[in-house]
Ligand binder design. Structure first.
Ligand code: ADP
Length: 921
């Protein structure tokens, strides 16, 4: 056209010729024939195309040719037809339907003007345009694919985006996305996308699309479907936001591998020239290289991972070239093996030299077998320069790929030193454990579950040393036979319980190979499979023969002790700190007049008086873990008996915190002994009395003499008739005084001779001093012995029996008197005296009896308290005085002691003062 323009230009303005007269126009079969005058006005139109023309724009007649043409064509036909002669005219005509008609023609002179012959070249033009655009599109595609192919992997996402952007701009696609299969090939996802600023947001990157695209692919497996697929599948419509769109598949060897999604895109309108193939080509140009690059990336990653993994595992591939006696190793592996890390091959011998000589020959032979097609699997050690280092172990695995000429021998080497070393350690530990088990008194066994029965399948090595059996001796029935006949029932119940409850613990006797029985403790557990079916029982026999025998011995010994306790004549019991009995033996029950079974729960306090009960509790409270034992004489009120005296020993049992938990006690009835003691004391008292009888005769004689003298004198006066009232009165009073004196002495003797009370009472020791003096004072004075008595002013009390303390004082005074009288016989100028005085301190009351009779021979000092020890002539001394006195004072919780003062002896009675609340007033 342009060249045409230039040509037109050249002829513009040339002279016009007079037109010849117009012959009738022939009507062509195709195209258009236009009869023009010399001013290029249309005189006539013929041919089929004339019906397709629009009416000329100007209403003039005849209309100019330019009026039939589009503006740009109109400009090209300026001037007259003569100017156009010899040129090809391409003219765009306005069609009647608003379309453009592309016509090509030429002018030739005709009578009265020119004939313009025109043919329709619309198809030609369209094809050319299409070819042009296809080329354009192919070029675009080629560039795109080149960009994607050549960019670095790191820039790939960026470049993809650029390409999508370019594609969208070029074909005016508002939303464009590329969907790829995701990693697990479960479905599609948006891999990359471009969206125009004013386009709706149809998709986002990474969006999972599921299998929605597969349905489309299923419907039209071979060809691309414009939009129609979308309207047919509602899910696809949703994917495209219910707007127009279309999809372009990309196929590779495995089928559709990518989809190009074009959203909001009326493709027919916006790219009418693009054919199906063009789109497929474009899609392929984008997706093909991209997928290849992604695969490359994946491959790269995989390689990297593999490299890293090989490095981490200390592993690597190798390939053997048997012909050349060479081997090639993965670089990392070569490095690990201290070979030059090279891709070149190394001689096989160099590699074999690295292997420990012990494994080398075997490896060589295995490599030989590998060439014959036998897979290789071998663990080898490396030769180490330092023999003290633990060996390096490699696992070698290899196989032959292909056959004949194409055979390749490949494999890998894996560093398994860790595993091997652990294996060796485990083996050593295992051996130690085996050894331990073999020497322990335990057998581990496994019994297989077979149709309801348990069949032994394994025993640890300790079976032989323990029972002398081997596994073959122990099938199920043989095992039962080896169980002691008495325990067999228990053994069968053990199996039943194991199957029923899944675990069991039982004890029975097994006969060993020598016929001896062992007590075994059998602990077993049933293992089940996933369905809950029993699989096997795992258990342990522990030889508990010794323990069982020991416990049997303990049981027997307990039984013996039980019999001892039961049959002991002593009373044995256990009770709680509140005196509640938890156990009591038969003798105790007999004393308390009940059955032994009735004793637990009853309270010891029920048989004690209130005072005894308090004293008992106080004594128990003083037990400590350091001094857990206490012995006392207790007094009980037994049913049917007046009083019983028991010697009672308690031992406290304490918990770890030192709290008293219970008391174990042993008692013995001491009533008879006590009674005998009392009788002894009584007889001693009587002896004292008897001894005093002479003195007492004097005591009573004295008033009797006075009375007799008074009566003689009164009678004399009466005989003389000198009865004077005053005189008589005075004599009678004297007589009465003397009678009272005698009565007092007799009275006190009666009191003194009485038996002591059963229970101790608090009393003032001064009473005893008074009672003693009332009996002895006059007699002493009569014998010329001075009595020096000094009382403490403070009133105090002690516990015991007042008559008994009086008896002690009498004994001491009488002994002192005897010693004094004896001494005076040898030393007549002696002025004999006895001092009796009382002292206190907060805890003790001390009564001292001192004399000046010269004291006691030091050699005899240690013996004078022995019963029947006396220095007095036979028939005079009994030797009981001091020993009984000693017992009395001790019974009152006190002490009787003696010492020599220089002038004589000094006896000291030391008594504990009664507690303030026990003092009676
Ligand atoms: P008896 O008086 O019957 O001999 P005792 O037991 O009372 O028995 O006394 C034992 C002995 O102790 C006496 O025989 C005497 O030798 C000695 N004795 C006791 N009191 C004194 C004393 N005050 N001085 C010297 N000797 C004494």
């Amino acid at each position: 056209m342009n060249s045409g323009d230039r040509l037109f230009g050249r002829f513009r303005g040339s002279a016009t010729l007079q037109p010849p007269p117009a012959p009738p126009l022939p009507t062509p079969g195709v195209g258009l024939l236009v009869h023009l005058d010399h001013q290029a006005r249309v005189l006539q139109l013929t041919g089929p195309l004339r019906y397709a023309l629009a009416q000329p724009a100007s209403g003039e007649h005849p209309a100019a040719l330019a009026d039939y043409l589009l503006a740009h064509s109109a400009r090209s036909v300026e001037g007259s037809p003569q100017d156009w002669q010899g040129q090809t005219l391409d003219l765009d005509w306005r069609g009647s339907g608003g379309q453009t008609l592309h016509l090509r023609g030429w002018v030739q002179p005709a009578p009265q003007g020119w004939l313009l012959h025109l043919l329709d070249i619309g198809d030609l033009l369209l094809e050319r345009q299409q070819a042009q655009q296809r080329q354009d599109s192919q070029q675009f595609a080629a560039q795109m694919s080149e960009q994607l192919r050549l960019c670095s992997l790191s820039r790939l996402p960026e470049v993809l985006h650029e390409q999508l952007h370019g594609l969208a701009l070029h074909w005016h696609i508002p939303c464009l996305a590329l969907a790829l299969l995701d990693d697990q090939e479960q479905g599609w996802h948006i891999h990359g996308l471009y969206q125009g600023h004013d386009a709706p947001q149809l998709w986002h990157k990474g969006q999972a699309l599921g299998t929605v695209l597969d349905s489309l692919h299923g419907n039209a497996p071979q060809s691309l479907t414009f939009t129609q697929g979308l309207s047919e599948t509602p899910r696809l419509q949703t994917l495209f936001g219910n707007r127009e769109g279309f999809v372009v598949p990309f196929r590779d060897d495995h089928g559709v591998a990518a989809w190009l999604l074009c959203g909001c895109y009326p493709v027919r309108q916006l790219a009418p020239q693009m054919g199906e193939r063009d789109w497929l080509h474009l899609g392929a140009a984008l997706a093909g290289p991209l997928l290849a690059r992604l695969r490359e990336q994946q491959h790269h990653n995989q390689l990297e991972r593999l490299e890293a993994l090989q490095g981490l595992l200390g592993t690597g591939w190798w390939e053997l070239f048997a012909q050349d006696e060479e081997i090639q190793l993965a670089p990392q592996l070569a490095l690990n093996l201290l070979l030059e890390p090279q891709t070149r091959r190394v001689p096989l011998s160099a590699w074999l030299d690295l292997i420990h000589p012990a494994d080398r020959e075997e490896l060589r032979s295995r490599l030989q077998e590998l060439q014959e097609g036998k897979p290789l699997l071998l663990c080898v050690r490396l030769q180490r320069t330092d023999p003290h280092q633990p060996p390096l172990w490699y696992r070698l695995q290899g196989q032959a790929l292909g056959i004949g000429q194409n055979q390749r021998l490949v494999g890998f080497m894996l560093d398994i030193s860790d595993i091997k070393n652990q294996e060796q350690q485990a083996a050593a530990a295992h051996a130690r454990l085996d050894n331990l088990i073999a020497h322990s008194p335990a057998v581990i066994y496994v019994q297989q579950y077979v149709e309801g029965a348990l069949q032994p399948t394994f025993f640890s090595d300790s079976l032989q040393p323990l029972l002398g059996w081997s596994l073959s001796d122990c099938n199920a029935s043989a095992l039962a036979e080896r169980v002691h006949a008495d325990d067999r029932e228990r053994y069968f119940e053990r199996t039943r319980q194991l199957l029923r409850e899944g675990a069991v613990r039982s004890r029975y006797r097994l006969r060993d190979s020598r016929g001896e029985y062992h007590w075994v403790l059998d602990e077993a557990r049933l293992l089940r499979d996933d369905l809950g079916m029993p699989v096997e029982a795992v258990g342990l026999w522990l030889d508990v023969t010794e323990a069982t025998q020991a416990s049997e011995q303990i049981r027997q010994s307990e039984e013996r002790y039980r019999i001892l306790v039961e049959d002991s004549p002593a009373m044995i019991c256990r009770y709680l700190p509140d005196l509640t009995l938890t156990f009591g033996n038969r003798p105790l029950a007999t004393y308390l007049e009940c059955q032994p079974e009735q004793l637990p729960g009853s309270n010891l306090g029920d048989w004690l008086s209130a005072e005894q009960h308090d004293a008992f509790l106080q004594r128990i409270a003083q037990l400590t873990p350091e001094f857990p034992v206490s012995t006392a004489q207790i007094c009980l009120q037994l049913p049917g008996r007046e009083h019983a005296w028991w010697v009672w020993s308690d031992r406290g049992v304490f918990d770890p915190q030192g709290r008293l938990q219970e008391i174990q006690a042993v008692g013995r009835d001491n009533t008879e002994v006590r009674r005998a003691q009392l009788q002894l004391m009584q007889s001693a008292k009587m002896a004292t009395l008897g001894e005093m009888a002479t003195g007492l005769a004097h005591e009573i004689n004295q008033p009797l003499n006075v009375i007799r003298m008074a009566i003689v004198n009164v009678l004399k006066r009466l005989g003389n008739g000198e009865v004077e009232r005053n005189y008589l009165e005075e004599k009678l009073k004297r007589i009465e005084g003397q009678i009272q004196r005698a009565a007092r002495v007799v009275d006190h003797m009666r009191v003194f001779g009485r038996r002591s009370e059963i229970e101790q009472q608090p009393f003032d020791p001064a009473q005893a001093v008074e009672g003693c003096l009332s009996l002895l004072a006059d007699g002493m004075r009569g014998k010329g012995v001075e009595l020096r008595v000094a009382h403490s002013e403070v009133e105090t009390q002690v516990r015991g029996h007042v008559d008994q303390l009086e008896q002690v004082l009498i004994n001491l005074l009488v002994n002192a008197r005897d010693a004094l009288l004896e001494r005076r016989e040898r030393q007549p100028d002696l002025h004999p005296w006895i001092a009796l005085y009382t002292e206190h301190d907060p805890q003790w009351v001390r009564l001292r009896v001192e004399d000046n009779a010269g004291g006691i021979d030091p050699r005899l000092l240690g013996r004078i308290f022995e019963p029947f020890f006396t220095t007095k002539p036979v028939g005079v001394g009994t030797g009981l005085g001091l020993s009984v006195s000693y017992g009395i004072v001790e019974n009152m919780g006190g002490r009787l002691s003696v010492s020599n003062t220089g002038e004589g002896a000094c006896f000291c009675i030391e008594l504990p003062r009664a507690e303030a609340d026990q003092i009676t007033r």
